[in-house]
Write a protein that binds this ligand. Structure first.
Ligand code: PBG
Length: 332
């Protein structure tokens, strides 16, 4: 609780808001370029930057363009990128075998990035949706998303990414038991140093729409993800999932989406005191860009304000499509 203050006029909070210098002195949290993880969509080809219509300013990049963008990101001081593949439709199957192909797009991108821009941390996504004929994060049989069979597939996917050199694995699938299984497999395979950022409090959200366009899963998704992603109304259940993933060996945890779920960011940081991240997801990005594009809000201020609020809520960092723009706005 804040310490008691005298009544007005002894307590005039406006005294400390009077000048920029005074405001700077008492600013409680600060957004830095070092807080940012940049999610990037990748695709096959060369010299390709294919705009994602529902995410103005975001494009799917071929690997040569990815390397150039990663060099820019590193120069700006952004510590990490997170890769999301747009998979050739011909490679999307019910068995999702492409997910653990050592030569798949993501694994080739990891190796290229670690070779060319080694100082940049590379994060990956572990879920089957970019490879699945039906757009789900897990294997599907007779309309049911299978838990344990999916975990076995996710372990293979994780090992292939670790083998390619990923620094941070990001299981986003929401199957039960996957963190423990991935952690054990990493240890057994000699990848004890690979970190896991669990998408631990991941909700069944409408705000993922533009992302699903970007990875080409929108038209494919049969049904919804409510049997594995958390009900947006449930905070205690999310806290239990975060605690469970930590107990199973996650090094860092994530709350996703971001702004509508800031209460979870605060609870995770206060109650569990672990490295806490939020994902400002595609729909959040699209809303700010769209309103700014219409001239309805100041896009740059809304971007910086939304990112700063994650710090106030207790986050150590944020995954955001704004990362390069925010880095520039912060003067990096
Ligand atoms: C895949 C995954 C999703 C996102 C990140 N990883 C989509 C989903 O769960 O449907 C969403 C990210 C965003 O909307 O920006 N499992």
């Amino acid at each position: 609780m804040p310490s008691p203050r005298p009544a007005f006029p002894a307590f005039r909070p406006r005294r400390l808001r009077r000048t920029p210098a005074l405001r700077d002195l008492v600013q409680e949290t600060r957004l830095s370029v070092k807080d940012l993880i940049w999610p990037v969509f990748i695709r096959d080809g060369a010299g390709v930057e294919e705009p994602v219509p529902s995410m103005p300013g975001v494009a799917r990049l071929s690997l040569d363009r990815l390397l150039a963008a990663a060099e820019d990101a590193a120069r700006l001081g952004i510590p990490a990128v997170c890769l999301f593949p747009y998979t050739d439709p011909a490679l999307r199957t019910e068995g999702c075998e492409e997910a653990w192909n050592p030569e798949n797009l993501t694994n080739r991108a990891i190796r290229a990035l670690k070779r060319e821009v080694p100082e940049l941390a590379v994060m990956t996504d572990i879920a089957l949706d970019p490879y699945n004929a039906n757009g789900h994060d897990g294997l599907v049989r007779d309309g049911v998303i299978l838990n344990d069979e999916s975990v076995a597939a996710l372990v293979r996917m994780a090992l292939a990414q670790a083998e390619a050199g990923a620094d941070i694995l990001g299981p986003s699938d929401m199957m039960d038991g996957r963190i423990g299984a991935i952690r054990a497999a990493l240890e057994a395979a000699g990848h004890g140093d690979v970190t896991i950022m669990s998408y631990a409090a991941k909700f069944a959200s409408a705000f993922y729409g533009p992302f699903r366009d970007a990875v080409g899963a929108s038209g494919r998704l049969v049904g919804d993800k409510k049997t594995y992603q958390i009900n947006p109304a449930n905070g205690d259940e999310a806290m239990a999932c975060v605690a469970r993933d930590l107990a199973e060996g996650a090094d860092m945890v994530m709350v996703k989406p971001g702004l509508p779920y800031l209460d979870l960011c605060t609870r995770v940081k206060r109650e569990l005191a672990v490295p806490t991240f939020a994902y400002q997801v595609s729909g959040e990005y699209a809303m700010i860009r769209a309103a700014a594009g219409h001239g309805w809000i100041d896009g740059e201020r809304a971007m910086l304000e939304s990112l700063a609020c994650f710090k106030r809520a207790g986050c150590d960092g944020v995954l955001t499509y704004f990362a390069p723009a925010a880095a520039r706005a912060l003067g990096a």
